[in-house]
Design a protein around this ligand. Structure first.
Ligand SMILES: CC(C)(COP(=O)(O)OP(=O)(O)OC[C@H]1O[C@@H](n2cnc3c(N)ncnc32)[C@H](O)[C@@H]1OP(=O)(O)O)[C@@H](O)C(=O)NCCC(=O)NCCS
Length: 164
């Protein structure tokens, strides 16, 4: 297995990985907050995935199997920390991590995270943040195993009377 930066032309693979994560989450406990997530690759998703191949503060790494196929990816970017009062330095954000079913539980997510961490560290980033849906208990467990500690909870409420 080779871990390398994603290349131009691989945005479709990265976008498809995002869709696969949505499909995975839809298999679990019903979650109204993921209803609007894309069920297929859209133009916007492709553009967003592609931005990780071109923008200076974004990056994507892939895992390539010995037969030359991409089987996993991790996407990240640099942005202000979500700590209240923004007293902290910018953080390295992990936005997507996906490993195809046949290659899970072999340490690939860990290797991808190490590559991403090294990329951030080279840019002076000293801490990482990741967000996951509350009902995605797999994500909670995996990020915990990979060294992350929950530090802030987001809450959601719908309100009446919004004008266009
Ligand atoms: C979550 C996912 C990226 C993990 O990838 P992976 O390559 O299988 O993970 P690794 O083998 O590197 O395991 C990393 C750690 O997480 C743990 N882990 C992996 N899958 C797990 C699971 N399903 N439940 C609980 N812990 C899990 C491993 O035990 C390991 O910890 P350890 O080294 O201390 O034993 C992959 O299963 C996936 O893509 N799942 C579906 C999509 C998804 O939900 N992604 C978003 C959440 S990250």
């Amino acid at each position: 297995m080779i871990i390398r930066e994603a290349r131009s032309g691989e945005e479709a693979f990265l976008a498809e990985a995002c869709v696969q994560i949505v499909k995975f989450m839809r298999q679990g406990e019903q979650d109204k907050f993921i209803e609007g997530f894309p069920a297929e690759v859209t133009g916007d998703l492709l553009t967003w995935a592609g931005s990780h191949l071109t923008e200076i503060d974004r990056v994507a790494f892939v895992a390539e199997s010995s037969d030359g196929h991409c089987v996993a990816c991790i996407l990240g970017h640099i942005e202000p920390s979500s700590l209240p009062m923004a007293v902290s330095d910018p953080s390295g954000r992990v936005s997507v991590c996906w490993v195809s079913a046949a290659h899970q539980r072999k340490g690939i997510a860990r290797l991808l995270l190490e590559a991403l961490q090294a990329w951030f560290a080279k840019r002076g980033i000293t801490h990482l943040e990741v967000a996951y849906m509350t009902k995605n208990t797999v994500a909670r467990d995996v990020w915990s195993q990979l060294g992350f500690t929950p530090f802030r909870t987001f809450a959601y409420k719908e309100i009446d009377g919004a004008s266009d």
